[in-house]
Design a protein around this ligand. Structure first.
Ligand SMILES: Nc1ncnc2c1ncn2[C@@H]1O[C@H](COP(=O)(O)OP(=O)(O)OP(=O)(O)O)[C@@H](O)[C@H]1O
Length: 257
């Protein structure tokens, strides 16, 4: 698919006198792996929070495939296919890798006592479907061998892969990834990068990635959007951005990062 997945216009978020995001406008092309970078405090996380429905903009507009989604709550965005990965919640640490994936599937009919009673066959069929999808996702991620191990006992990198796997249980269209490379060893980092590329190429997910690791951004992302002081400083291919004196100044000039 071509065109624009997400369009952000003049987005602002103020906290009292702090202008965390201050008139940011950018587009995320459909089918892209877009990078969102910038020095500490540039407004990346706040921008993500607004796209994902966790915070309401002070002003500005966010459109997903042309539809105004500004200020919509997370569960409505989830139904549109906008998914943000989060660190696994504490209570999920005791669930196995497989159970973690199964729990991420939306609308599990087995959760409804009434449905269980009215249509047990349908509930079993849906559960079998969820199980199959979870097994497939584990295989895709190369995690089949840790299928029955509690998530809390997995390595940091394996948990990151599992977080990515949770998006595969949904009908994700746009996936927001917050620092997928943080705390991950270089070998697993390559695996994670490879999984992101495959999910993009084979399943058509559009990605927007916040990341401080510039090598990962350079290897994965095009375009790259640079935020500084709550606005877009520039956007383009990483090779050009690296050479841009304004970007170098934003990172090193303010002594911010
Ligand atoms: N809830 C809040 N209340 C007050 N100020 C906030 C709040 N959230 C963020 N800020 C401020 O807004 C600015 C942007 O923060 P944000 O976390 O979005 O930046 P960032 O680019 O994600 O930074 P980092 O790379 O360090 O995570 C910072 O100055 C931050 O201190």
């Amino acid at each position: 698919m071509s065109g624009t997945a997400l369009q952000v216009d003049a987005l602002t978020r103020h906290y009292g006198g702090v202008r965390a995001v201050n008139g940011a406008s950018f587009e995320i092309p459909e089918g892209s792996i877009t990078g969102l970078i910038g020095p500490n405090g540039a407004g990346k996380t706040t921008t993500f929070n607004m796209i994902a429905g966790a915070e309401t903009p002070t002003s500005g507009r966010i459109r997903f495939r042309g539809q105004d989604i500004t200020g919509r709550p997370t569960h409505e965005l989830f139904h549109l296919g906008i998914v943000r990965t989060f660190q696994l919640p504490q209570e999920f640490a005791r669930l196995t890798a497989l159970e973690n994936l199964m729990a991420a599937a939306p609308g599990q009919p087995g959760e409804s006592i009434l449905l269980n009673w009215l249509a047990p066959g349908r509930v079993r069929a849906r559960e079998a479907e969820v199980l199959e999808r979870a097994e497939e996702s584990l295989a895709f991620l190369g995690l089949s061998q840790v299928r029955d191990i509690p998530a809390g006992n997995l390595s940091g990198g394996q948990r990151k892969l599992l977080e990515l796997g949770r998006t595969m249980m949904t009908d994700a269209q746009l996936v927001l990834l917050d620092e997928p490379g943080a705390g991950v060893n270089p070998t697993l980092m390559l695996r994670i990068a490879d999984m992101i590329r495959r999910l993009n190429a084979e399943r058509g997910y559009t990605f927007c990635i916040i990341e401080h690791d510039m090598d990962l951004i350079a290897a994965l992302c095009d375009p790259v959007i640079v935020l500084a002081e709550g606005r877009v400083l520039t956007r383009g291919a990483m090779a050009d951005i690296r050479e841009d004196p304004r970007v170098i100044e934003a990172y090193f000039g303010g002594g911010a990062a």
